[in-house]
Design a protein around this ligand. Structure first.
Ligand SMILES: NC(=O)c1ccc[n+]([C@@H]2O[C@H](COP(=O)([O-])OP(=O)(O)OC[C@H]3O[C@@H](n4cnc5c(N)ncnc54)[C@H](OP(=O)(O)O)[C@@H]3O)[C@@H](O)[C@H]2O)c1
Length: 286
């Protein structure tokens, strides 16, 4: 287990309250390790996964054992391949808490072998890795950092650096498709959104950042790349570190180092255009 030099995400120091944390994709890989790493710091932990609760009872027992006694743990399942389910997820989370101190958008999928369109009409990698976290974030935004410092950490990928955002072709109908290009494209959209939201945050008590968690040995990595990686616990240390930063609104982290994102992500005109297109794609769900 890598050593963790950080105290974990703080709540409001003036009230010494412990944070309410929402973590998506908490059932395997980096998310699972991060759930276990954050469990002891949380005042209320809301974990999202793709699988039904009865399939993740061992994980929930392990997370509960790592939490302070009496601290609530909520599990919510939703498939990001269905945008109505993401709206339902936001509703379920809102029913479990009236404030969020930290939202970690971690859930993601690799690109499928061939270009695939969801029932909602979107390329599925874009939908799962970009549209769904935007929809969830939008549905929770008024709860995050409302009466204390709040934070959104979007788990991105360094692959976004070599991607091009096709604003006229977000579902990749007219560009060469591969699983890794669809994945990198979706992550570039997510980093661009992070920069847009940082610039348009509804309150100064909210910081929005994105982070490349490292090259980590998980199902997602091995589905697309024939390379080895670090253990998920290493990425959990990184995410815990980034979750505990303050006053870094708009930062992209390459692991623990602030780094420039893809120039498209930093371009306000690109951010605004993506925002308008995204609002159109999500109009039936917002
Ligand atoms: N691994 C790397 O080297 C690497 C590098 C850069 C960025 N990242 C990012 O790190 C994050 C975690 O990825 P990972 O490597 O830990 O992958 P992983 O082990 O495959 O975990 C992905 C998580 O997302 C969930 N998920 C997958 N498809 C979903 C869907 N349709 N709806 C809702 N949830 C879904 C998975 O649920 P199940 O448990 O049911 O599968 C799992 O909890 C992702 O954002 C990924 O892009 C990873």
């Amino acid at each position: 287990m890598p050593t963790d030099p950080t105290p974990g995400p703080a709540g409001d120091p003036s009230t010494s309250r412990t944070p309410t944390i929402v973590l998506t994709g908490g059932t395997s890989g980096i998310g699972r390790a991060t759930a276990l790493a954050l469990a002891g710091t949380a005042g209320h932990l809301v974990l999202h996964g793709l699988e039904p609760e009865h399939d993740v009872t061992d994980l929930l027992d392990a997370v509960r054992a790592a939490m302070r006694p009496g601290t609530p743990l909520t599990y919510v399942a939703a498939d990001y391949g269905d945008l109505a389910a993401v709206t339902g997820l936001a509703r379920q989370i809102r029913a479990s808490t009236d404030r969020i101190d930290l939202l970690v958008n971690n859930a993601a999928r690799p690109g499928p072998a061939t270009r695939t369109i969801s029932d909602d009409g979107n390329e599925v990698t874009l939908q799962t890795n970009y549209l769904a976290p935007v929809l969830l974030t939008t549905g929770l935004l008024d709860l995050i950092g409302r009466d204390a410092p709040g934070r959104i950490v979007n788990v991105a990928s360094a692959t976004h650096l070599s991607a091009t955002l096709y604003l006229d072709d977000l579902s990749l109908a007219h560009h060469p498709y591969s699983p890794s290009t669809a994945y990198a494209h979706s992550k570039l959209a997510l980093v661009t959104y992070s920069c847009w939201l940082a610039a348009h945050r509804p309150r100064r008590s909210l910081d929005v950042v994105s982070v490349h968690p490292g090259v980590i040995s998980t199902q997602l990595l091995h589905a697309m790349f024939s390379i080895g990686g670090e253990r998920p616990e290493q990425a959990a240390v990184t995410l815990r570190y980034v979750a505990a930063r303050r006053d870094d609104n708009g930062t992209y982290y390459d692991e623990r180092r602030p780094a420039p994102p893809n120039p498209q992500a930093s371009d306000p005109a690109t951010q605004d255009r993506l925002h308008d297109l995204t609002a159109r794609l999500l109009r039936d769900h917002l």
